[in-house]
Design a protein around this ligand. Structure first.
Ligand code: EPS
Length: 380
């Protein structure tokens, strides 16, 4: 399974090509579009989200609602492009002011130096998290594949700007329901998070946070201990870290493993009446030895605050070399709930790829038969 995305934040559209989804998968485009809508939600999003209504157009690879085994091309149109046709013109004359007051924490400065540009717009257009719309579309397709294999990927926000959920208060039944604006299922914490976002907005500041992705129904044995790049935890961490603005990733108990003794970290094993091994805890986050162990996979990622501040930070102007305040582009105050939906998409891609590594076939019927035969052997 592989995919590529293309497109700029204010260009005509975003595109993705996904290769490797087996033939015969029924695709519910509305499920993919629901994820695209969830990614646009969230208290603290900026004006751009009022302009866009993201939808996935399928340009190839699906016929009569089913995949045919060939690459699937997905397109998400940028409605805002209408307002940028001269500034983002493909062959037209140069137009508009150059962005030269580069933002600390953004790709702006390193990008213009590395790619020899004199306008940070040439960098920020692609560095923008707008690109995550295509990842959610691709992830949505992967989720369709996982659903057909009996699996589900959900997420929830656990911290924003230092306001954390209380584990005991989380309504776990609601995770994945899409009923919370911030994708947070501790109602008390969600209110406090909104207040915190409102305060940051008034102060011209931005906020980061932490979200958790949970993959349900994972068969044991995805990934492998035999080589570093086959380890599923490593592959998941890379995928999460590759989301714009992510600065930290944890699996299961994560950084707590550096604090507690082994007796309070490792998940003890027991045998049930049908000779199946089970665990009462899941501090490993469903991964041991670089392989899924049959429990839910639990991965958390920490997003830094967005670098575009309405009360800008000190910087330098790359044209004049003079000290300036960083540029102010219209932006979000907080996008952690959006990032949580992107996290689901990235996890779905990695797990779908690992499923195809293990059970791969050209047709869904072959994949499903291989899963059934394997489950019969390991869970007899
Ligand atoms: C972003 C800046 C804002 C965000 C954007 C990410 O866009 P604009 O510059 O048009 O106001 O809204 O996110 C999206 C467009 C999106 O779909 O998530 C940035 O600089 O990263």
């Amino acid at each position: 399974l592989r995919f590529l995305t293309a497109g700029e934040s204010h260009g005509q559209c975003l595109t993705a090509i996904v290769e490797g989804i087996p033939a015969g998968l029924q695709v519910d485009i509305e499920a993919i579009n629901r994820d695209l809508a969830r990614r646009q939600q969230g208290y603290g999003r900026g004006g751009r989200m009022k302009i866009e209504t993201d939808k996935a157009d399928v340009l190839s690879g699906i016929r009569f609602g089913e995949t045919m085994g060939d690459p699937v091309t997905l397109r998400v149109v940028n409605r805002d492009w209408q307002n940028w046709t001269d500034r983002m013109s493909v062959f037209g004359p140069e137009f508009g002011d150059k962005v030269t007051a580069v933002r600390p924490g953004h790709a702006d400065l390193t990008g213009v130096l590395k790619y020899d540009r004199d306008d940070a717009r040439d960098i920020l257009e692609r560095a923008s998290a707008r690109e995550t719309a295509t990842r959610v579309a691709v992830g949505g397709l992967c989720k369709e594949f996982l659903r057909a294999c009996g699996m589900e990927v959900v997420s929830h926000v656990v911290k924003i700007g230092g306001v954390a959920v209380d584990e005991a208060r989380i309504d776990r039944e609601q995770i994945g329901s899409g009923t919370s604006e911030l994708n947070c299922y501790d109602a008390v914490a969600e209110e406090a998070m909104k207040e915190r976002i409102c305060q940051a907005m008034q102060e011209g500041d931005t906020l980061g946070g932490v979200f958790e992705v949970i993959v349900r129904g994972v068969p044991l044995g995805l990934g492998s201990h035999i080589q570093w790049d086959k380890r599923l935890d490593g592959r998941l961490a890379q995928a999460m870290m590759a989301i714009q603005a992510i600065k930290g990733v944890e699996i299961g108990a994560g950084f707590q493993c550096g604090e507690l003794p082994g007796s309070r970290i490792h998940d003890e094993m027991f045998m049930d009446g049908e000779q199946n091994v089970y665990r009462k805890t899941n501090r490993a986050g469903g991964l041991e030895g670089g392989m899924s162990n049959g429990e839910e996979i639990v991965v958390r990622a920490c997003m830094k605050p967005i670098p575009t501040l309405m009360k800008p930070l000190h910087s330098v102007d790359i044209a004049s070399g003079q000290p300036v305040l960083a540029c102010k582009e219209r932006s979000d105050v907080c996008a952690v709930s959006a990032a949580s939906v992107v996290g689901e998409a990235m996890a779905a891609m990695v797990i779908a790829e690992a499923m195809l590594d293990k059970f791969g076939g050209d047709a869904m019927c072959d994949v499903l038969a291989a899963i059934e035969a394997y489950k019969g052997r390991v869970q007899a």
